[in-house]
Write a protein that binds this ligand. Structure first.
Ligand SMILES: Cc1ncc(COP(=O)(O)O)c(C=O)c1O
Length: 386
C-alpha cells in the first residue's frame, strides 16, 4: 500500500489557477504596486539574521521615521492594520483601564472592540458614519468622562472616506488630560495625508505597508512616544508576539526582529521609500489632495452624491452613494469583469448603499480618469441620468 493509499485525506481537487487580468485596482488598499517594487520583491531570499537584512531594516526604519516625523523608533511586525490596533492596546494598558474611543466608522469600531476584548473599560464617543469627529462635541464629552488612561482615534476612516482633524483633537485631549495616551490609527492616511507624530504630540501611531506605501500587505509599522514607552513599562495586558520591548531590544542590538520578518515585503518597502523620497513628502500629499478633489468632483459632476461632501472628505478614499435603482454588487461586478476596474463596496450598515474608490499609494491621474469614465459609462447604461 502506498503512502497515498494509506492516507485518509485524499489529495484535494482544486480549481485551476487562472491568470488575473491587468486591473485598475481602485480599492483603498491593497493598492497597485509599481513594477520597480514588484521586481524588488522578487529578489532571492536572504537570511533574516544576516548583515544584508540588518542593512535593509536600518534603512527602512530611518526613512519611516522621516515619514512619521518622529524621533521615536518605528517598529515593524509581520501583520496587517488590525495587528497595529491590537499591538497598540496590549502594549499600553492594563485590565480595567478606562479608555475613550472616538469612532466615526467601522475601523474606529474595530479598535474599540479590541480594547473591549482585552478587558478595558471602553467609553465610546460616536459620530454618524460619513461625518468627522466634531472637536467641540469631543471636548465637551471628554470633560465629563475624565479620568481616562487613553483616547483611541482613527485618522482616516476608510469605511466612510472621512479624515479626522487629528491635530485639533490631539491638542484638546492633551489640554484636558496631559497624561492620557493618544492612540492614532493612521492605517489609510500615513504618508498620504499630513501627520506629524512628534510635533502633534501623538503617543502611538500605526499603519500598514499595503496602504500609502506602494507595497504589498505584510508589514505593520508602529511608533511609540516617550510617554507611551513609559506606559509600556507598567502595562499589564498579556502580550508576546507584539511585545514592544522585545522588538526594541533586538532592533537596538542588531537590527533584527524577534520573529521572522516579511523579508520580501521589506525588499519592496525599501525601494518604495526610495521612490517616495524622490517624489517628496509634500508632493505626495499634494498628489493625494488632487486625487481626492478629482474623484469627488467627477462623482458630483455625474450627478452622484458623496457620503462625505464636506471639508473632512478623505484624500485617500472616496465613498459614493449608490443611486436609487442601481444594485451596488452588480455594478461593481460589471466594472470588475468588463472594465477591469475594481472598486470596494460598503461595510456594515453601508453595505449595498455606497461603494468606495481608493486613491492612495501609487496611482496616476489617468488611472483615476479611466476608473471614473468606466463608472460613468456603466451608470448611464443602467439608466442613471444624475
Ligand atoms: C483605518 C484602518 N484601520 C484598520 C484597518 C485594518 O487593517 P487590515 O485590514 O490590514 O487588518 C484598516 C483596513 O482597511 C483601516 O483602513
Amino acid at each position: 500500500m502506498t503512502i497515498q493509499e494509506q492516507n485518509a485525506i485524499p489529495i484535494p481537487q482544486v480549481e485551476a489557477r487562472v491568470p488575473v487580468p491587468a486591473q485598475n485596482l481602485r480599492v483603498p488598499g491593497p493598492t497597485t504596486v509599481p513594477e520597480q517594487i514588484q521586481a524588488a520583491q522578487a529578489a532571492p531570499m536572504i537570511n533574516h539574521r544576516g548583515p544584508e537584512f540588518s542593512a535593509i531594516a536600518k534603512r527602512v526604519t530611518a526613512r519611516l521615521q522621516y515619514f512619521y516625523q518622529t524621533e521615536s523608533l518605528v517598529m515593524t511586525y509581520p501583520a496587517s492594520g488590525t495587528g497595529g490596533q491590537e499591538c497598540a492596546i496590549v502594549n499600553l494598558f492594563s485590565p480595567g483601564d478606562h479608555v475613550v474611543s472616538i469612532t466615526i466608522g467601522s475601523f474606529g469600531d474595530r479598535l474599540a472592540k479590541i480594547a473591549v476584548a482585552y478587558g478595558l473599560q471602553v467609553t465610546r464617543i460616536e459620530f454618524p458614519w460619513g461625518q468627522a469627529a466634531d472637536p467641540a462635541a469631543v471636548e465637551a464629552r471628554l470633560s465629563e468622562l475624565a479620568p481616562y488612561r487613553g483616547v483611541l482615534i482613527t485618522h482616516n476612516e476608510t469605511s466612510t472616506g472621512v479624515t479626522n482633524d487629528i491635530r485639533t483633537l490631539a491638542t484638546l485631549v492633551r489640554n484636558l488630560s496631559p497624561d492620557a495616551l493618544i492612540v492614532v490609527d493612521a492605517v489609510s492616511s500615513l504618508s498620504c495625508i499630513p501627520l506629524d507624530m512628534d510635533s502633534w504630540d501623538l503617543d502611538v501611531v500605526f499603519t500598514g505597508s499595503q496602504k500609502g506605501w506602494m507595497s504589498p500587505p505584510g508589514i505593520m509599522m508602529i511608533a511609540a512616544s516617550p510617554r507611551a514607552w513609559e506606559a509600556n513599562k507598567t502595562a499589564r495586558l498579556p502580550r508576546f508576539y507584539f511585545d514592544w520591548e522585545m522588538t526594541r531590544k533586538m532592533l537596538a542590538a542588531k537590527w533584527q526582529h524577534p520573529s521572522t520578518p516579511a523579508v520580501s515585503i521589506f525588499y519592496a518597502l525599501d525601494v518604495a521609500l526610495d521612490m517616495m523620497l524622490e517624489e517628496g513628502r509634500e508632493a505626495i500629499f499634494e498628489r493625494h489632495a488632487q486625487a481626492g478633489s478629482y474623484v469627488r468632483e467627477r462623482a458630483k459632476g455625474m450627478g452622484l452624491q458623496l457620503l462625505a461632501d464636506h471639508p473632512n472628505a478623505s484624500n485617500t478614499v472616496t465613498a459614493i452613494k449608490t443611486p436609487d435603482g442601481i444594485d451596488t454588487k452588480a455594478l461593481l461586478k460589471q466594472l470588475r469583469e468588463q472594465d477591469h476596474v475594481v472598486f470596494a463596496g460598503g461595510q456594515g450598515p453601508l453595505e449595498g448603499k455606497i461603494f468606495r474608490v481608493g486613491h492612495l499609494g501609487y496611482f496616476t491621474l489617468s488611472e483615476l480618469e479611466q476608473a471614473m469614465d468606466a463608472l460613468e459609462k456603466r451608470l448611464r447604461e443602467a439608466g442613471f441620468q444624475g
